[in-house]
Design a binder for this molecule. Structure first.
Ligand SMILES: Cc1ncc(COP(=O)(O)O)c(C=O)c1O
Length: 405
């Protein structure tokens, strides 16, 4: 016991003193897979995490270094520096062919804090948010920790495709529902919600006074097979007014290989700008001043890089389609977007056990489908944004293992 004589109590009592929703939240299934690998050590090919192998391009890093050299190390605008918010408006105007207003953009600590901000702005204890599932675990977990109920509506996988059942989604809405959360392109299943469905969701939300949380962080990673489908995935941007009840969640992480920077943005109606600013103020007090010029460089000069990233992922996806995707013992929808291959293996009923076996036996690390909700058992998520060398090796090892099991 401490010499001060002050008892710290039993560890379990300290744990019990936590808020139950925080105490009882399990570890993310993706992090769990990563921890298993890190404890084991060795050369496991890391395919569980949502990032590529390339570091952030030099011109983006240089903008941050130059900002530091200029002494930009002080507190700054909570919403983000005006120049970055202007750059966000320019970037969106280029991709969605309509004008955008810098006053709708708020810089956050990654897409994750953008999501937190959106949730905190509209939902609290006792309320509900409806979302399709399988879903990225970081959609439901922060809701639970805020005592908001995530209502996960299972998507159906039939005829080789994930189907969003809008009737089921709308039926899940009740008097406590505050929002429908739509993640398209989807992590983990790679499904892209079509324009007609986006419009139907918009109309339903308008009629019922609900918010839309639009997580479109993979909007640029779009590989449609339909000719002339465009370079950016269908988006609420094309169907909603910036001033209606919609909050977009986005990030620098994926497009510009900036996962470690923790910089993203919220796009929300101008009229709630002060409230969004307050949330940023009281959560993190904003994003590091010297990182923000790097965001401007990414948005204004990063197009070639984004296109090369998307082409890299599309080539990786082609390899998977011609290897794992050809197997009779695998069910998969070729993803139209994002950079995940979400597949089911015949005869495997325990995803977590299979993940561990592959880590131990063939040094390939995937994320278990169970990390993405109840419907995920038997499924696996493989991130194909990594180097082609790693991707080919991992796919080949998996095919060989499946051949000899
Ligand atoms: C669907 C989705 N939304 C948001 C994010 C958050 O991105 P960030 O890494 O910037 O927090 C991710 C990251 O994996 C994601 O997959």
């Amino acid at each position: 016991m401490a010499e001060t004589g002050i008892s710290c109590g039993e560890n379990s009592a300290v744990l019990d003193a936590l808020k139950p929703v925080v105490r009882d939240e399990p570890e993310s299934g993706i992090v769990n897979a990563a921890n298993y690998v890190w404890k084991k050590g060795g050369n496991v090919i890391p395919m569980w995490v949502g990032e590529g192998s390339s570091p952030t391009p030099e011109f983006i890093c240089r903008a941050a270094v130059e900002s530091l050299a200029r002494g930009e190390t002080f507190y700054t605008w909570q919403r983000g520096i005006p120049e970055l918010r202007e750059a966000l408006a320019r970037y969106h105007a280029r991709h969605y062919a309509k004008p955008f207003n810098a006053e709708n953009f708020y810089v956050t600590g990654g897409g994750m804090q953008a999501l937190q901000t959106a949730i905190q702005a509209i939902a609290g204890a006792g309320s509900e948010i409806v979302m399709p599932s399988p879903a990225w675990p970081n959609h439901a977990a922060p809701l639970r920790m805020l005592e908001v109920k995530p209502v996960e509506v299972p998507m159906n996988f039939s005829n080789g495709r994930w189907q969003l059942d809008l009737d089921q989604i709308f039926d899940a809405v009740n008097a406590d529902t505050r929002a429908i959360l739509v993640n398209s392109p989807s992590n983990p299943v790679g499904m892209v919600v079509g324009d007609d469905e986006l419009i139907a969701i918009r109309d339903f939300c308008r009629k019922r006074g609900l918010w839309i949380i639009a997580d479109e962080v993979y909007g640029r990673f779009y590989y449609p097979l339909t000719p002339g489908a465009g370079k950016v995935a269908p988006s609420f941007q094309n169907h909603c007014d910036a001033e209606e009840q919609i909050i977009y969640v986005n990030t620098f992480s994926k497009n510009w290989a900036m996962t470690g920077w923790r910089m993203g943005w919220v796009q929300a109606p101008e009229v709630i700008g002060q409230q969004i600013e307050n949330l940023i103020q009281y959560n993190t007090s904003g994003v590091a001043s010297f990182m923000q010029p790097a965001g401007i460089a990414a948005l204004d000069q990063g197009e070639e890089f984004v296109e090369s990233q998307v082409a890299h992922c599309a080539a990786g996806l082609d390899y998977l389609t011609s290897t794992l995707g050809q197997r009779d013992d695998i069910s998969v929808q070729r993803p139209d977007g994002s950079f995940y291959y979400f597949f089911k293996v015949d005869g495997i009923t325990d995803s977590v056990a299979a993940i561990k076996t592959w880590i131990d036996e063939i040094n390939v690390g995937l994320a278990p489908g169970t990390a993405f909700g109840e419907g995920g058992e038997g499924w696996f998520r493989l991130c194909f944004a990594c180097s082609h060398e790693n991707l080919h090796e991992a796919a080949d090892r998996l095919c060989q293992w499946l051949d000899h099991r």
